[in-house]
Design a protein around this ligand. Structure first.
Ligand code: HEC
Ligand code: HEC
Length: 323
């Protein structure tokens, strides 16, 4: 009996040590996907399209905007994309990077191709698999070029951003579930769709505005989608607002529990034009309110084609201090 116990202990020790070595060895994996053939342009229509994507549809400033100017951002100002916002989540504390053209702390010395590759293949300048915060792998070549072109027009802001800090469990997740970068799921087009079509709506909702990224229940540790797509989510926390838990509603066309089941296309457009109605809502309403009418209609038409999900996530915001 003792002998069996002893052997069992040795086996457990070996497994634990093996797992620790495995995790440690996989902390600094690097990858080398191709650099997209994208170079910045100073053509004013290209820069204007980039501005629209960066400021109104994607909106990069929701995460990369100067955290000290959050109130101005929520009012609609074009705040500097100088980074430093901290996501404090179970796998660790992660800081958004400085996207301005500062040579030392921003992207001044990063090539156009490396910026484009980060968005398309989820691989950083240094070859690391990026954390899955920017699921915009489906951006067309046209829009990648527009985004890079607009970013290049941003004045430099010196702002050194701290390195990420992984928790123990975060290191395990990094070595396993998030070890490999995520590239595009399907072949990409050179040009972006336009107009009030389902195709354009699908492109904007899935690959640019990432509506599903907030409106789908996720695993808090890995970010994996665990609920019906666009079927709503609960427990959405904002690090700088610990008093509230948000529940992005079900935005499918389910007649009972889906917002779009009870909202006409015109009402949807009007709702977006109205901007943020619930103070503090993390949805970047002020940015989306500037989207073109065609694009808003396109998004509605696309969302009406996704499978309706029966899922009620309750009120949009819960006050944690009262409960
Ligand atoms: C939901 C939040 C979020 C949004 C929206 C977002 N980012 Fe990021 N971004 C991050 C985080 C977090 C990191 C750090 C990721 C890492 O280091 O693993 C990052 C890193 C980057 C990097 C640096 C890659 C590197 O090698 O360090 C670039 C470039 C970038 N983002 C560009 C953009 C652009 C352009 C947009 C808009 C089109 C955008 N991001 C929108 C959160 C976001
Ligand atoms: C950063 C997370 C986030 C993103 C991205 C996001 N939403 Fe939301 N959304 C929320 C939250 C939280 C709420 C609930 C609070 C509120 O109504 O402002 C909400 C509410 C809504 C509502 C209900 C509004 C009402 O008054 O009934 C609709 C419709 C909606 N979102 C559609 C969308 C669409 C379409 C997109 C993509 C273009 C999108 N959302 C992107 C977080 C997000």
């Amino acid at each position: 009996m003792r002998k069996i116990l002893f052997v069992l202990l040795i086996v457990i020790a070996v497994v634990v040590a093996g797992a620790a070595v495995f995790v440690a060895l996989r902390q600094n994996l690097t990858f080398d996907p191709p650099y997209p053939d994208v170079t910045a342009s100073s053509d004013s229509s290209v820069v204007a399209r980039g501005r629209y994507i960066v400021r109104d549809v994607a909106p990069c400033a929701a995460c990369h905007g100067d955290p000290a100017q959050r109130a101005a951002f929520n009012e609609g100002a074009d705040v500097p994309l100088s980074g430093g916002y901290a996501f404090v989540i179970p796998p660790g504390t992660f800081y958004t990077r400085n996207l301005t053209s500062d040579g030392e702390t921003g992207m001044g010395s990063v090539s156009d191709g490396a910026i484009a590759r980060a968005l398309r293949y989820g691989v950083g300048y240094d070859g690391r698999a990026l954390l899955p915060f920017m699921e915009m792998q489906g951006l067309s070549d046209e829009d990648l070029r527009a985004v890079v072109s607009y970013l290049r027009t941003q004045p430099p802001v010196r702002n050194p951003v701290p390195a990420h800090r992984f928790t123990l469990i975060g290191r395990v997740v990094k070595a396993t579930a998030l070890a490999n970068p995520v590239g595009p799921a399907e072949p990409l087009s050179d040009r972006s769709p336009r107009g009030a079509s389902v195709e354009n709506g699908r492109y904007l909702a899935e690959s640019v505005a990432l509506c599903w990224a907030c409106h789908t229940q996720r695993n808090q540790m890995t970010g994996a989608l665990v609920g019906p797509r666009n079927g709503g989510a609960t427990g959405f926390l904002e690090p700088d607002d610990p008093g509230h838990s948000w529940s992005p509603p079900n935005i499918t066309s389910d007649p009972e529990t889906g917002r779009l089941g009870r909202m006409s296309e015109d009402a949807f457009v009007a709702r977006f034009r109205a901007g943020r109605l619930i103070p503090g809502s993390p949805m970047p309403w002020q940015a989306f309110a500037r989207m073109t009418e065609e694009d808003l209609r396109a998004i509605y038409r696309y969302l009406m084609t996704v499978p309706p999900a029966k899922n009620d996530v309750g009120p949009p915001v819960v006050n944690l201090e009262q409960s």
